[in-house]
Design a protein around this ligand. Sequence first.
Ligand SMILES: [Zn+2]
Length: 189
Amino acid sequence: MNQPPEYCPYCGTPVTGVETPMLGAVAVETPMVYRCDSCDDYVFYNPTPGGSTAVVDGESLLLVEDFRASGEWKLPAGRIELGESPREGVARELEEETGLSVDPAELTYFYDSSGEPVAEQYMVNVDYAVPRSKTTGTVDAGSDATDARFFTPAEFADSAYSLRESHVDRFGTDSLEWVLEEARRALEE
Ligand SMILES: [Zn+2]
């Protein structure tokens, strides 16, 4: 479950929360484990995994414009689907949103985070970097993106665009320069 369950998904009986110790960095008041007395089993309230890809071309990063909000840009990102590893998921999202293909094995981890982008819907994010030279294809926005292009941090700052709130929350900063530097550092190691 990605939101606090009220009913057992198997039999429909109302479930009750079980007290769980708070271990994560983000304070979560809601119980994370629920119990169905009818099934004599537990129902779990879990975060959804997601991730992004920073495609680095020299001093530029590939950004996509979100279909939900004109003028708001972010790294190509999305939720991991059933059966995918994090790097397989972000590689699929990259191709869907930008037209660029990448071998998931070519992706280099550079950051991870947790957050609550929608009330009571938590996510864990894993972010990867890859040089443009290790991707193939032509940049062509698709799927959830209305536009896709490379920006230097200065070009983006001079534009009329802003970063999407989910991107700023994910990295804890609205500095594209920081994201670019972190991605480049990981690629140089
Ligand atoms: Zn049940």
